[in-house]
Design a protein around this ligand. Structure first.
Ligand code: GRF
Length: 202
């Protein structure tokens, strides 16, 4: 069984998709043991508490440097015996110490078809504003491994979503969440957990 931590910053709809999938038996190789938020106001924390999942808050501004913040994250994850990390709407910058500690064991959901509309500064509604501004007819979501390059890690899954006449960024974001993010993330979580579980038992 792979112990999973989900890192969150906002509403936690992707976390909810993971929780629902777990409770439906769709992530048999993994167990969500911890929800770690970048701020105490993240509604994602309420979602975790409702499902009796342990929570933690580690705030970047409580630490003097990126390294100290990284160390606090790593010790929180290690103290919960976390094997795999899922970034689900997580907005804090992770230093290379954290990324190396979970090399090939950390995944992220991004709300576009990478390599479009990704990298530094592309998050949340900004991603959809850029897609609408460019006039693309198809967008979607991507789950990828996390490495030192923002949204630059190996792609795991992608799913396309049509852009419709008159879409606003908010309407498009909701469609991409419903039709892509909430489907891809649980699927990718199980794929990676199964792979890690197999390696663990080798
Ligand atoms: C959304 O913009 C989503 O597309 C991205 O993170 C943001 C917050 O998602 N993955 P969530 O509702 O907190 O999961």
């Amino acid at each position: 069984m792979i112990n999973i931590a989900v890192l969150v910053s906002g509403g936690g709809t992707n976390l909810q998709a993971l929780i629902d999938a777990q409770e439906a038996g769709k992530i048999p190789h993994g167990k969500i043991k911890l929800v770690l938020a970048s701020n105490e106001k993240a509604y994602a924390l309420e979602r975790a508490k409702k499902h009796n999942i342990e929570t933690a808050v580690v705030k970047r501004k409580d630490y003097g440097s990126q390294d100290e913040f990284d160390q606090a994250l790593i010790s929180t994850l290690k103290s919960h015996q976390i094997d795999m990390v899922i970034l689900a709407g997580y907005l804090s910058i992770l230093g290379e110490n954290v990324i190396h500690a979970y090399q090939d064991r950390m995944i992220n959901i991004h709300p576009s078809l990478i390599p479009s509309f990704c990298g530094k500064g592309f998050y949340g509604l900004r991603v959809h504003e850029a897609a609408l501004a460019r006039g693309v007819k198809v967008t979607g979501a991507t789950v990828h491994y996390v490495n030192e390059i923002p949204d630059g890690g190996k792609i795991i899954l992608q799913k396309a979503v049509a852009i419709e006449e008159g879409d606003t960024p908010e309407v498009l974001q909701k469609r991409v969440m419903e039709q892509a993010e909430w489907i891809l993330l649980p699927k990718a979580a199980e794929m990676v957990a199964a792979k890690l579980d197999e390696e663990k038992t080798k």
